[in-house]
Design a protein around this ligand. Sequence first.
Ligand SMILES: O=C(O)[C@H](O)[C@@H](O)[C@H](O)[C@H](O)COP(=O)(O)O
Length: 257
Amino acid sequence: MTSATPVLYSFPSSDLLTESLATYITKIQKEAINKKGRFTIAISGGSLPKTLRGLIGKPGVKWDKWHVYYADERIVPLDDPESNHALCERELFSHLGGALPAAQIHHIDESLLGDIEELTDAYEGELIKEFANKDAARFPVFDLVLLGMGPDGHTASLFPGHPLLSEADRWVAYIEDSPKPPPKRITLTLRVINHAAHVAFVASGDGKKDTLRTILDEPEQGLPCSRVRPAHPGTVSWFVDDAASALTKYARTQFGV
Ligand SMILES: O=C(O)[C@H](O)[C@@H](O)[C@H](O)[C@H](O)COP(=O)(O)O
């Protein structure tokens, strides 16, 4: 089975990056809705939710068809400043005037914070409700997974050298020793990410330039971000700014949809 080759889009400003990312997401959303009447997306935390602001008020975004999941989430209350859900609420959902129904935003079950195994099973159950039997697939096929890149090359809560990278059965897994705090998290597994129709990474700033070079120019090092290679006909795209791409020799593609 052939895997997607990363496509690199690099922008001179964060405004251009934000606007282009919004255009890209809107196009994928439209294709998904035309095909099956809904759009399934998984979103990470970190600086990513803020870069989705270009979607706010953008014509053509059909929020009522969105079904949102988290690519990873921290095991903290939903209103905790460390919660990815709280972050997405703050940066995006609260600006939509209720256009995206709360029932279509799938967050962790707060009543299970004390039992990470049960919480993980329950979150996987949320995915099963959406995806099981749909394509008779062994793994869910998200229309789009949006990811960030950590300075150590991690993505979602998949960290370099961690045994979780080899998880071959679960859709959602937990980690209790995350090197990035907080230590307890759940994450989509690499198998799930690599079954997505489209995956897009977003990375910006000078602080990302060394890691981005390693990920794109030396994929053989096997950093988690380099291992995101959805199977054909899936795609993997990188939306970065020129500061982040300063060191990579990887070929740039001109953005245009
Ligand atoms: O919840 C998390 O911690 C994230 O999902 C994580 O994978 C993040 O995306 C990267 O660490 C990049 O974070 P920055 O964009 O803040 O550098």
